[in-house]
Each structure stands twice: as C-alpha cells, then as structure tokens.
Design a protein around this ligand. Structure first.
Ligand SMILES: Cc1ncc(COP(=O)(O)O)c(C=O)c1O
Length: 406
C-alpha cells in the first residue's frame, strides 16, 4: 500500500549507511514500554517516553514535601534548581547557569519576553512561518493589535539561512524569534551564530526556540551566549515530562517584563522597596508558584545520563541509527512513500529526531496508524515519525512489518 502521496518534496537518493553494533537503552524505560507492549511509539519527538528514574524522582519530591513541609522551597531553590540550571547550561554550552529561569512552558517565557518592550509589546517582529503555536498564535494575536510581524518562509530550505540573514540585516526589529529545529519539518538551522551576529541593532532581542534541539542535536551557543535568549522544555528529548519550560537569558539583560511574578524578586521580598525591582540574573524572568516536580524529573534524567555515560552526542548517534534504518526501508519501495518525505539533505546532518511526511491524507493516516497501535503525530498536513533512545533496530523492523500488514 502506498500510504503517502508524492508531492514533490526533496527525494532521498543516497543509500543510507546502517551500522550493525547496537547498544540498547530499553531497560531504562521499563514502565512505559511494559505498560502496553504492543504499542509502537514513534512519537518520541512529541512526548518522549520517560525513563523509570523519573518515577522515583516524583516520589522523592512527594517525600521532600512531606518531610520538609514549608522548608521544601529551600531544598528546591538551594539544590534542585541550581542543579537543573547547571545541566541546562552544560548542554547548551554556556558559562552562566544562573542565567537559566524555569517555568511551566515556553509559552510562559514567550509572553514574558513579549511584555518586556516599552508599551508592553514589541512594535516590529521578525520571525519565520514555521514557529510552534506557543509563539505563532501569540504573535498573530499581537498582529491584530498593530504589531508588525514579518515571517520569512522556511522553504525552500536550501536558502533559508541566506534569506533569514538578509531579513535580519535590514534591522529595525524589536524582536527576532526563530526555531533552531523547525517543528513542522525537522529542518536544523545551520549557522545560528552567524544569524545572531548579523542582527545590527544591539537593542534587538533575539530569541531561539530550541525545543527540538535541546538534548537531541549536539550544539553550543557559547559564541553567542551574551546576545541570545534560548528556550526549551522538558517533555520532548529531555524526557522529563510536562510542567517544565526554561529560558536562558543573556547576562546583563535589563528587560523589565510587564508580566512579572513574585518569584522574580524572591531575594528582596523581605526588604522595603520603592518601585518594582528586578534582579540582575535570570530570576527577572521567573513567574510565581510552580510545580517543581518537573525539575526533579529533569535532574533524575541527567543523573541517569551521568551514571550510564550518556551525552547528547551518544543520544544523537543512537537515534540516527534508527533513522537510517527507517530511511532505508522507506526507500526500498515499502509501505511509506519516500517522495512525500521532507528530507533536507541526502545525509541526516540537517535533520532533527523526526521525519515529516507531507500529504493531504496526514490526519487520516495518523488515525489509521493509531488504530493499529502505531503512535505518530500529526500537524495539519504533516505526519511525523519521531525516534528516541528506546528505539532499537528491532523496533523499526517491527514498525515496517506492521505497516506492511495494514
Ligand atoms: C518548537 C516547539 N517549541 C515549543 C513547544 C512547546 O511549547 P510550550 O512549552 O509552550 O507548550 C513545542 C511543542 O511541541 C515545540 O515543538
């Protein structure tokens, strides 16, 4: 069955290389995998399975709450938050863990940043046509209020960086906002440093949405750490579930978000104050009381990685192994039409941890796959297959066997 239409997207041509040695990490995902052994979960890019250690972390949080009562916040802010800040800083390659703020979602930080311009909103925004809804919807709403939003098309992908840089160079933007890896294609932006460095006005706020790169694609923003905001969160490749977003704030940032919560001035609560004061570090972007269990979960995942010697490079290699096999099977006249695949190069170097098939039947296919216990996800006309640490070659084989039977 040719499940997907050919719509003229880039076609893969080169035979992929599949390695033979394999390390399996399945044992760390015992609870998610055993909850439904028939389920083939190819939506790791959407909601990654959580390793078993995250369950212990949740219980540990509960126990801390019971044992420490009101004093739990000292544990949270004294131990858990600094540890999570260090992990984020290490993974994105910055020298300032104190510049990482935590909240419930990236949208929380998007709204706070947007409120940080004179008059409570930016006047001119430069972005792309492929931003995730957390930003795209908010930007569209502000547009209705007169904010000028310029959107650079991500396609054709081959020239995206060139076109976006040219738009950046024109200057005059209050805010430049773009994803590192686009959610609707998996395309990895190359030369982020050069794009950020091309912003001519020092007052322009530059934000990168790194949800699809964090803990997935090896990268470092060290070269632009004094200039760029970087946001991501827990429920994809960080494998830590919901209720956890974070924002890296470049040091020296003096924005005074209108949307501000009392945690933003935690250290001064006991002092008499005139006016609304903001701290020098990332706390200026904090909100208010939140559920810290996401921070516990994230720290437990990072502790697991340390214990078993995992890092982003190793995760990336493991995932690419599954991706290569998937591509090989796609190309071998199998049940999926490689012609509908948005593939960005012949290799995988511009590809995030998921593949996107563009077809008008995406919604219907998603439902049929789900009925066959193949979990993917769908965004409008795009069906996405995502890969994670818990996929071995045997899972990709099983996927294609099931697809053949459909
Ligand atoms: C690129 C990108 N950013 C952000 C998010 C999540 O946003 P939020 O934390 O606001 O729910 C997603 C979720 O799919 C995403 O794909």
């Amino acid at each position: 069955m040719d499940m997907l239409e050919n719509d003229g997207a880039l076609r893969p041509t080169m035979a992929p290389e599949v390695t033979t040695t394999e390390t399996s990490y399945k044992e760390h995902y015992g609870r998610f995998l055993s909850a439904d052994p028939e389920r083939l979960h190819f939506a790791a890019h959407s909601h990654h399975h959580w390793p078993d250690v995250t369950r212990d972390a949740m219980l540990r949080y509960w126990d801390d709450a019971a044992e420490l009562s009101d004093d739990k916040w000292e544990r949270i802010f004294g131990t858990e938050v600094p540890s999570a800040q260090r992990h984020v800083a290490d993974i994105i390659g910055v020298d300032h863990p104190g510049q990482v703020a935590f909240g419930a979602s990236t949208h929380e930080f998007v709204t706070r940043i947007l409120s940080g311009f004179p008059g409570g909103r930016p006047k001119r925004v430069l972005t792309t046509d492929s931003e995730f809804y957390s930003f795209a919807r908010q930007a569209a709403r502000l547009e209705e209020e007169g904010v000028v939003v310029e959107r650079v098309a991500t396609e054709p992908f081959e020239t995206f960086e060139e076109r976006f840089t040219a738009a950046v160079e024109k200057g005059g933007h209050d805010l430049v906002f773009l994803s590192h890896v686009f959610f609707d294609s998996g395309f990895v932006v190359r030369g982020l440093d050069a794009i950020v460095e091309a912003v001519p006005d020092p007052e322009t706020v530059v934000v990168v949405d790194g949800y699809h790169s964090f803990c997935a694609v090896p990268f470092s923003i060290r070269a632009i750490q004094d200039r760029v905001f970087y946001t991501a969160g827990g429920y994809k490749y960080a494998q830590s579930g919901e209720a956890l977003g974070w924002l890296y704030v470049p040091p020296g940032c003096t924005m005074r978000p209108e949307n501000t919560g009392w945690f933003a001035d935690f250290s001064n609560l006991k002092k008499a104050q005139s006016g609304v004061q903001y701290p020098d570090d990332a706390f200026r972007f904090w909100g208010a009381t939140f559920d810290p269990v996401g921070v516990y979960r994230f720290n437990s995942v990072m502790a697991l990685w340390d214990r078993i010697g995992l890092d982003v490079e190793k995760v990336h290699d493991k995932v690419q192994e599954a991706q290569r096999l998937f591509l090989e099977k796609c190309r071998a006249d199998g049940p999926l039409d490689a012609g509908a695949l948005l593939l960005h190069t012949d290799g995988l170097e511009r590809q995030g941890h998921f593949f996107t098939f563009r077809t008008p039947e995406a919604q219907d296919l998603y439902a049929r796959l789900k009925a066959a216990k193949i979990m993917t996800d769908v965004r409008r006309d795009r069906l996405r297959f995502g890969f994670g640490l818990y996929h071995d070659r045997s899972d990709v084989e099983a996927l294609f066997e099931r697809l053949e039977r459909l």
